[in-house]
Ligand binder design. Structure first.
Ligand SMILES: Nc1ncnc2c1ncn2[C@@H]1O[C@H](COP(=O)(O)OP(=O)(O)OP(=O)(O)O)[C@@H](O)[C@H]1O
Length: 305
């Protein structure tokens, strides 16, 4: 079989055996998407029983951190929807759920209870119905267990997620734990994201926390892509009236004051929570007008780097 694989993929293929399982790692560095897909299909045809993983040089993959100064502001919701909206916009996106305190991406992305397989100690991201594969702390440990982890142990496990077999993904969204502690700092220093998206709710206090998150990145020399305001205004599901329980315009003004781009606002909407809880992020729907424009700004930023 090795010969059959070599005949179609030459030196781009490395064949590995784990027990009775055969894996082929394909180096697609420098190939255009169509050529990469053709190569992968040829190898799968030559070795139907093998698991094929496509990799490309890591330098081509942009890591985007999604961070917040405190918990509960909707960082995970935004990360899931942003990942899907970026994928719908044409990027190849993977999602890393590094939130050790509340890893919620398996539920948000509709693959609750999934476990990633490993090939030669490298984790294989789990496919989701939304075209964005994920790896989550929640897939590695029992519910509620990770929160007790100390810094180095957590950092080690998080490293496994980032260094998973992300194949052709050109963009990796990193849902960081809320706050500005050691885990966040280690992640930022070790993996040096291309940029960070900061999520905040409109209240003053949340914005002060967001400023701390911004500081964490700027001190490490990581550019801020921009600020997203979540739970920005409440749309009544009965009468459709919009109100602003936490005030209006605070995050945009704060972004201007801090000299960072404002990426947009996400309304506080029952439908968003319901869809998220049901594992069907609203960004996956054709009528999404909320997350697509935010993702477009992030994509533009990435393209202009
Ligand atoms: N725009 C929104 N409209 C309605 N509900 C929302 C919105 N954004 C988030 N939520 C809900 O608020 C709760 C907290 O959101 P989420 O888990 O994304 O926050 P987080 O900042 O990631 O929290 P954690 O600190 O636990 O990581 C969830 O129940 C989510 O469905």
């Amino acid at each position: 079989m090795k010969a059959a694989i070599a005949a179609v993929a030459g030196t781009r293929a490395t064949v590995r055996r784990t027990g009775d399982r055969i894996g082929v790692v394909l180096d697609a560095t420098g190939l255009a998407p169509a050529a990469r897909d053709a190569l992968e299909a040829a190898v799968k045809a030559a070795a139907p029983e093998a698991r094929v993983i496509v990799t490309a040089e890591r330098a081509q993959r942009a890591l985007v951190a999604v961070a917040s100064g405190k918990g509960g502001v909707g960082k995970s919701t935004l990360a899931a929807n942003l990942a899907i909206a970026l994928a719908r916009g044409g990027r190849q996106v993977g999602l890393v759920d590094a939130d050790i305190y509340g890893p919620s991406q398996p539920r948000l992305m509709g693959v609750e209870g999934s476990r990633p397989e490993a090939l030669e100690k490298q984790l294989i991201p789990v496919a989701t119905p939304w075209g964005v594969p994920i790896l989550s702390m929640g897939q590695l440990v029992a519910p509620g267990q990770a929160i007790a982890w100390r810094g180095p142990m957590a950092a080690g496990a998080l490293g496994q997620l980032v260094e998973g077999a992300w194949g052709a993904a050109d963009t990796l969204l990193l849902d960081l734990p809320p706050g500005t502690g050691d885990v966040q700092l280690t992640m930022v220093q070790k993996y040096r994201p291309a940029g960070a998206v900061i999520v905040s709710t409109p209240q003053d206090l949340a914005l002060i926390d967001a400023t701390r998150a911004i500081d964490l990145f700027t001190k490490a020399g990581i550019p801020i892509i921009g600020l997203v305001e979540n739970m920005a205004g409440y749309v009544c599901p009965h009468c459709g009236e919009a109100s602003d329980p936490f005030g209006q315009g605070g995050a945009e003004a704060a972004a201007a004051e801090l000299g960072i781009p404002f990426l947009g606002r996400v309304p506080l909407e029952l439908a968003i929570r319901r869809a998220s809880d049901a594992g069907a992020p609203p960004a996956a729907h054709g009528d999404d007008r909320v997350f697509a424009p935010i993702a477009a700004r992030v994509a533009d930023w990435l393209a202009a780097r």
